[in-house]
Design a protein around this ligand. Structure first.
Ligand code: XMP
Length: 326
């Protein structure tokens, strides 16, 4: 029967059987899923696992520092940090299509992992060995929404399912593939991960890259990072973190609207707030955030973020809207 103890024991045995005494890497995104997957694999194979944190330049404000600190402090795992901002932004230049963005991001992640893998082997003085396994925190809903790995997305190809390159050299280890998010959180708690990690709101692997409707550029990312940081700070201050599943903050970079700020006309971009409540991300409802909190966020974003002159609230459930805009 389903208990977290059973899930952990079963998965640890399966991972040992699959990986043996070979080496594995796990991409950490800062989210719950990759953290729990990493902790499970670490329990199974110890220091044959190295975690890799790819800073793709699409993270939110302060997030990279958090991954480097929190997760290592909690698990003592070996961590390799790769600064890949330029690489990702170059690969994404000129691209607006959401599925295309995910394919590019999925591919670039793998290229970075390949390079990191050979460095890890070299650093360990283990020439002749290679890293054969890649651990991913793929959940059941990711598989379903990506079309079950059939190559055709039902809804969207999550970057780590439908977005993987065809010449992938790693065998995948995906110990969470049958679990829903609430189950993953329970398994994480069972493994001793701290509350800050286990209760973290979901954040997609492609990061802010799929929260800019239009082309992804450094300037737009910086704008969105500021707006997102304000929204997150105010929602946290209002004590809403646990009642809101997640709140994407989206920059409509391809849309302009007229505004008036100071004494003059502006022609800027709208920011969308998309707070949702959900059990498993398969369906969701828009969160009834108190007006005062929304007002504060709106005032702060339009005052503090240049080029943004409008804040709009998304009041669509899922279905028909998805949680993310792309
Ligand atoms: P949607 O937008 O499909 O999102 O309603 C459902 C959940 O999945 C997250 N999401 C992703 N996570 N790679 C990820 O790792 C992706 O490509 C991706 N797309 C969406 C989204 O944030 C929500 O929690």
């Amino acid at each position: 029967d389903w208990t977290t103890v059973n899930v952990v024991e079963e998965q640890v045995a399966l991972i040992r059987a699959q990986v043996g005494d070979k080496r594995a890497i796990c991409g950490l995104s800062g989210g719950v899923d990759s953290a729990v997957a990493a902790a499970l694999v670490q329990k199974a194979i110890g220091d044959k696992l190295t975690c890799v944190y790819v800073d793709h330049g699409l993270m939110r404000k302060g997030e990279s520092e958090q991954v480097e600190k929190d997760f290592v402090a909690a698990t003592g795992v070996q961590l390799k940090v790769v600064d890949a901002e330029e690489r990702f932004l170059t690969a994404l230049a000129g691209v607006s299509d959401p599925e295309q963005k995910r394919k590019i991001i999925g591919r670039e992640f793998i290229r970075v992992f390949e390079q990191a893998a050979s460095e890890i082997v070299a650093e360990a003085g283990a020439s002749g060995e290679s890293v054969e396994f890649l651990v991913q925190g793929t959940l059941y809903p990711d598989v379903v929404e990506s079309g079950g790995g059939t190559g055709t997305a039902n809804i969207k190809s999550h970057h780590n399912v439908g977005g993987l390159p065809e010449d992938l050299q790693f065998a995948l280890v995906e110990p969470l593939r049958k679990l829903f998010k609430d189950e993953v959180r329970m398994v994480g708690a069972e493994l001793g991960l701290p509350e800050e990690i286990v209760q973290r709101q979901p954040f997609p692997g492609p990061g802010l890259g799929i929260r800019i409707v239009g082309e992804v550029t450094k300037e737009r990312l910086d704008l969105l990072r500021e707006a997102d940081a304000i929204a997150r700070a105010e929602l946290t201050a209002a004590g809403l973190d646990r009642s809101i599943w997640q709140c994407p903050v989206v920059l409509l970079a391809d849309v302009r609207s007229v505004g008036v700020q100071g004494d003059g006309r502006t022609y800027g971009h709208p920011i969308v707030l998309r707070p949702v409540s959900s059990e498993d991300a398969m369906t969701a409802d828009w969160s009834r955030v108190p007006y005062e909190v929304l007002a504060k966020i709106s005032t702060r974003i339009t005052n503090e973020v240049p080029d943004v002159n409008r804040v709009v609230l998304d009041v669509t459930s899922k279905p028909p809207g998805t949680i993310e805009w792309e």
